[in-house]
Write a protein that binds this ligand. Structure first.
Ligand code: BMX
Ligand code: ZN
Length: 299
């Protein structure tokens, strides 16, 4: 058991679930989760969180959330992942409901900090974490500083464009990485190819069983991710990249990406490793950021 007086109550808001846990360092206690309300906007999200808070005793709250976070407000870049009004004042509404001042950080940025501090990125100077899940998210740590960016957009690699993809992305662009490599895209692209509905786990099972269409969809996703990695390496010169999320950690996926990266010219090649903190990296990262929030890690 962890000492609750030292714990931060960490909350991770995703498109399908909200996870809660009491965090000290990289240890999580009292972990639980509830479904994300998909209608009712930001107020429904806050109500769901406040209801669950009754089961916790922490007097410090830190939130990792899908979407662009700027100044405690969240905006969905891809509203298909989380339908919420623009600039929803999540921090202010939670403060009004609880009397506690929360820290709010993008989920992939928080997870990047969690992996950098306690997981696959330990010892790196320039590190990127990429989550391949409902969407494709990312976070970058340069010289020990988490990059949030001028408007909270830093690390959103899922909305960079690779190859000449034409599919419409929920963010309003065409051909984003997220339209090729996210769990949502893998399920949709395979379903369109074979003419019946399939989920991302079913695509992985079909690929393992030798289904050529499933293998092609996963290969396209891995190739697109590898290109996006190389673009980022060329921009900020990373030491290594960690890949996580339900799809990123699924059987053989990181190896597929690695094979593409290994075919690049040496200057663009970097080690691709799998994330170590699994689904909890966002909660661990945001709790750590909360503890250090008066330091200079955000600079
Ligand atoms: C989307 C975007 C990112 C997020 C990423 C992964 C929204 C609501 N989210 O690109 O902010 O980091 O998905 O999110 O626009 P996840 O929910 O799939 O983990
Ligand atoms: Zn996009």
């Amino acid at each position: 058991m962890i000492d609750r007086s030292e714990a931060v109550l960490a909350i991770d808001i995703g498109g399908t679930k909200i996870a809660f846990g009491e965090v000290v360092g990289d240890r999580i206690d009292n972990r639980r989760q509830v479904p994300t309300p998909r209608s009712g906007g930001g107020d429904a999200l806050v109500d769901a969180i406040v209801t669950e808070l009754a089961g916790f005793k922490c007097d410090a709250i830190a939130l990792a959330t899908t979407g662009i976070v700027s100044d405690g407000k969240i905006t969905a870049l891809n509203p298909i992942t989380l339908p919420i009004e623009d600039n929803y004042p999540l921090a202010a509404r939670l403060e009004a409901a609880t009397g506690l001042v929360p820290l709010v950080v993008n989920d992939a940025q928080a997870a990047a900090w969690g992996e950098y501090s306690y997981g696959a990125g330990r010892g790196c100077r320039n590190f990127m974490f990429i989550t391949v899940s409902t969407g494709v998210g990312g976070g970058v740590v340069l010289e020990g500083h988490l990059q949030v960016g001028a408007n909270g957009l830093a690390g959103h690699i899922g909305h960079t464009r690779v190859f000449s993809g034409r599919s419409a992305c929920g963010c309003g662009r065409k051909g984003c990485l997220e339209t090729i490599a996210s769990g949502t895209a893998i399920a949709l692209n395979y379903s369109n190819k074979v003419g019946r509905k399939a989920t991302a786990p079913e695509v992985f099972d079909a690929a393992t069983a030798g289904d050529a269409a499933a293998q092609a969809v996963l290969e396209d996703a891995a190739a697109a991710l590898a290109e996006a990695f190389a673009n980022t390496v060329a921009t900020v010169d990373l030491d290594l990249v960690a890949i996580g999320g339900g799809v990123g950690l699924a059987g053989g996926f990181a190896d597929r990406v690695r094979r593409h990266v290994e075919a690049f010219p040496a200057a663009f090649r970097r080690p691709i490793v799998t994330a170590q903190a699994g689904a909890d990296a966002g909660m661990i990262g945001v709790a750590d950021l909360f503890m250090k929030k008066n330091s200079t890690i955000f600079d």
